[in-house]
Design a protein. Sequence first.
Length: 401
Amino acid sequence: MQLATGHLTYCTNIHPGETWPAHFTALKNNFPAIKMQVSPYKAMGIGLRLSNVASIELQKLENLSVLKQWLAENDAYVFTMNGFPYGEFHHTVVKDQVHVPDWTTSLRVDYTIRMFRILAELLPKGMDGGISTSPLSYRHWHKTAHELQQAKAIGTANILLVAEELIKIKRSTGVTLHLDIEPEPDGILETGEEFINWYEDILLPMGKESIGKKFNIPADEAEQLIKEHITLCYDVCHFAIGYEQHQQVIDELAAKGLKVGKIQISAALKATLPTDADMREPIKNAFARFNESTYLHQVVAKKINGKLLRYPDLPEALGDIDNEMVEQWRAHFHVPIFTEEYGLVQSTQSDIVALLNIHKNKAFTTHLEVETYTWGVLPDAKKLPLNDSIVRELNWVKDQL
């Protein structure tokens, strides 16, 4: 729905299903009831997630026409899409495979361009559209500094191929589309600083040359086109895990003319660890209840000297609970955003409040998407009827704004 500060929705990666019929059935079964409770009298946007298989099926004219008709009948529209998970996202072991195929492959390029062509067809007139995506690749797949640099270079070149397509779409249709790069723990880009450094040191130098040559334009014009079409997906959970200062990140992006394409409104788990080792065991047990096998739950620990210690998944952190140098844990687990208390552990809900206050005072994007996708793997005590939970999250965000 459109608020004073942008379009608010939830990401449909919450619903299982990998084919377009499965995606569409989930939309039809859930979205109208959710809209009735949060936006009964105004149009409401959809944050559409399509798997690769579903995107191939939806690009068919007959399927696209049926979806357009359904959107019109239900006073709904699509303005943002999630292009991060390519394949299965529920009822399977996802873990690091959420990055497969990564940006070093043509499969990722083809999938993303296909999604953008679908979005250009669905997007309401006069609105910009965005697709969030992987931060190039999973860092730990690249074992040496040279391999990591190679992955960055190849991934960046492939992202620029998408930028070329978005420039062509803008020139032919007038529709503005942007690829929203989503830093996350253990991605090649995992912090705001890494995103900015990559953008300035790799993306812009490569892009000014390739885009300039492709469209026969000067470097400064190529730079502006890149900044229009390649943006940041600000996932609050991911930035909170890294203990990042939101105002500082937003200010630095603005100072450098870099745009935020979308805010993904999400919360992580956190806890302060007592100095008494015996008092840590209950907190360990509280985190262990969230140790499930579907997704990666990276943990970033803050040491008493202020430095950060990163664990690739929750089991590694649980095994280091007695590390006396560590004073706080933050874990990558997209927990419901409408509550801060989870027994002996808490959520990073306060980070959401802080970022939304920054946005409320000076809007820096028009796309707001709640992304809690872990309902199916939450401890039983936190499970509620899905649609009621989505409504509660959306209404909580509306209240904040």
